[in-house]
Design a binder for this molecule. Structure first.
Ligand code: PLP
Length: 252
């Protein structure tokens, strides 16, 4: 069975973060493992507090998993601080594992999930290790500093910044689509626009499904197509009646 490690944070409401990752891994038939870098007290209305784990404990979790069980792919999600990113990059360097970096910056509810000073650490240390980075449109604009909705331009710049490939995701912007650029070829994956009130965890689900695809040995473009379909279905089946705010997506 394909083994996938998520290095990310917990969402107590069960909608995003490692909870979403584990559901997506299970949906893809992979064995999911976790190195939890922060705990969030969170529900569908937002994040009320964040408890960061120590970089050493993050290292311990990664080593415990990789030194015994191993992994066929890794994904990173909410990493919160520069100290955590430095520890993660150091632990992953030289292992040669397929790596999906989901550059989680700010929750839809508005809370910062990556400290402002850690953005440069993310791009400087983790992008060069990434097989593929998976920002949504606002994240891609923030990371590149480009004021455009042209996902091809954004993906190209993200690769120039050091990522192996870029998948700019999501239903944001005028034209909903996912766009993959691997340094040579552009692939646009159309996605339907869903008029639903439950999108919490969509990005985590997307990047986790992509990592599970790579772990199973799928070529990047095939893994991206499957991840788009899984994330899109999860939004279409979103649980709008769970909580008073933005309900969780639901992976079938
Ligand atoms: N909480 C955690 C732990 C996350 O990892 C993420 C996204 O990656 C979120 C919250 C934000 O989820 P959303 O923006 O889909 O509401």
């Amino acid at each position: 069975m394909a083994r996938v490690l998520s290095i990310a944070s917990s969402d107590s409401g069960g909608g995003a973060g490692i909870q979403a990752d584990l559901k997506a891994f299970a949906r893809c038939g992979a064995h999911g493992m976790t190195a939890i870098v922060a705990l969030t007290a969170q529900n569908t209305l937002g994040v009320t507090s964040i408890a960061e784990q120590s970089p050493d404990f993050v290292r311990d979790q990664i080593r415990a998993v990789l030194d015994d069980i191993g992994a066929d792919a890794v994904k990173t999600g909410m990493l919160f601080s520069s100290a955590i990113i430095e520890a993660v990059a150091d632990e992953l360097t030289g292992r040669g594992l397929p790596l999906v970096v989901d550059p989680v910056l700010v929750a839809s509810s508005g809370s910062r999930l990556l400290l402002p000073e850690a953005v440069a650490t993310l791009t400087g240390l983790l992008f060069p290790l990434a097989t593929v980075v998976t920002p949504n449109l606002p994240e891609a604009q923030a990371l590149t500093g480009l004021d455009t909705e042209d996902r091809a331009v954004l993906a190209q710049r993200l690769v120039e910044m050091g990522a192996g490939a870029a998948l700019v995701t999501g239903g944001h912007g005028a034209i909903p689509a996912d766009h993959l650029f691997d340094g040579r070829t552009h692939l646009t994956i159309p996605v339907p626009r869903h008029e639903v009130a439950a999108t919490h965890g969509a990005g985590c689900t997307h990047s986790a499904a992509l990592a599970a695809g790579l772990a199973a040995g799928l070529p990047l473009a095939d893994a991206a197509r499957r991840a788009s379909a899984i994330a899109s279905d999860a939004v279409a089946n979103g649980l709008a009646d769970i909580g008073k705010g933005d309900g969780p997506v639901h992976v079938l």
